[in-house]
Design a protein around this ligand. Structure first.
Ligand code: GLY
Length: 373
């Protein structure tokens, strides 16, 4: 078991990583369940149909053993659940259940469920508590920690949201046994991100042990999750609202990746983690083009990403667009500042930085070169 503190003044919380934790949910979440025992009310759980089908039965049993009852709000899997309509239904449901500001709502699912529940809890009664129970690797190593919550609108993804920290994040690596391999690889891209952005030794370890992580070998998997979260917790504690160029480092690969996701219609053609993986290859290759890292280091980053079965070259996507069109998508990124964009680039494998001097015309030319292969 690993317990990683997120040291935010006044809102500190713990991330607990333990294999089989879901079986012991009552013990772990006891501080947030006792109010329900006292008041005889149902415990609000939110899941998608997949996580409900796989885990709700066991959760209901565990709660029943201590005289508690769960009430479930279930959404369809996928980004469509992060909508105004679903948010409204969820907030109405929470109000109908009579949640109070001292209560906690449990988010059992991937990033979509966590983001939606977090935002609903941020705005219901001006702030209800919540506990994250992430069930994908991506949610376990990234979105469940740090308090970014949001829904999507016609104008773009995650443009309406709030910083609202969970009270606790409970991670059970065992739940990843039922995660499809493609989603496991997409989550692994975010794990590689931590190595590339700030920990060369972790990156080397992932090069050697990535196959074990992807195979869910318990020791390797737990080390990958705990090391990733420890870095995220440090960064979030230092720069919760992304104003100091520290939390922004977590966006490595995301500006290039966002353009690729937009060009592929934010569809299953390219999952978010896959876009981030290819975005990191592009960030590394662009850093090499600027002479900041060697071509050999850029190739090493690409090789680690390809070895994980993630997309590592632009032609492999078969896009029918040019560099200017991809840059146009970048201009709509929420990180855009007027006509320019901060880019996350590499000074070394294991050292990312925010570059504010990047010329978008040069990025378009670079993307044209990359599209040609
Ligand atoms: N996923 C990036 C962040 O939490 O800041």
């Amino acid at each position: 078991m690993a317990v990683i503190p997120v040291a935010l003044a006044g809102r500190a919380y713990e991330v607990v990583i333990e294999r089989g934790l879901l079986d012991r949910i009552v013990e772990h979440a006891e501080p947030y369940l006792t109010r329900y025992s006292r008041t005889d009310r149902a415990v609000p759980f939110v899941a998608d149909t997949n996580t409900r089908d796989i885990f709700a039965g066991d959760v209901n049993d565990r709660l029943a053993w201590v005289g508690l009852k769960a009430e479930w709000f279930v959404v369809e899997p996928g980004e469509d659940a992060k909508s105004w309509a679903v948010l409204e239904r969820l907030c109405d449901w929470l109000l109908a259940l009579g949640v109070t500001r001292s209560d906690h709502v449990f988010a059992l699912g991937g990033g979509v469920v966590g983001d939606l529940v977090g935002f609903a809890c941020a705005i219901t009664k001006r702030g209800v508590g919540f506990v994250q129970l992430p069930t994908t690797l991506l949610a376990q190593v990234d979105s469940s920690v740090g308090g970014k919550t949001a829904i999507n609108t016609r104008a773009g993804k995650n443009l309406i949201g709030a910083f609202h920290q969970p009270s606790q994040v409970l991670i059970d690596p065992l739940v990843l046994d039922t995660l499809p391999d493609r989603e496991m690889r997409a989550g692994f891209a975010e794990v590689l991100k931590y190595g590339l952005l700030g920990d060369a030794a972790f990156f080397s370890w992932l090069e050697a042990n990535g196959d074990k992580v992807l195979a869910r070998e318990p020791h390797a998997l737990e080390n990958a999750i705990a090391t990733s979260i420890a870095m995220k917790a440090r960064i979030v504690a230092a720069d919760e609202r992304e104003t100091l160029d520290q939390r922004a480092l977590l966006n490595l690969g995301h500006t290039f990746g966002h353009a690729l996701e937009a060009e592929t219609g934010f569809s299953d053609r390219l999952l978010h983690g896959e876009a981030v993986a290819l975005g990191m290859v592009l960030a590394a290759r662009y850093s090499a083009r600027r002479g900041e890292i060697s071509d050999g280091d850029a190739a090493r980053a690409a090789a680690a990403i390809a070895a994980a079965g993630l997309p590592a070259s632009l032609p492999s996507l078969g896009l029918a667009c040019n560099g200017a069109a991809l840059v146009d998508h970048m201009r709509h990124d929420k990180k855009a500042e007027g006509t320019t964009l901060p880019f996350l680039l590499l000074r070394a494998l294991g050292e990312a930085y925010v570059a504010r001097d990047v010329d978008l015309a040069d990025i378009a030319a670079f993307m044209d070169e990359e599209l040609r292969g």
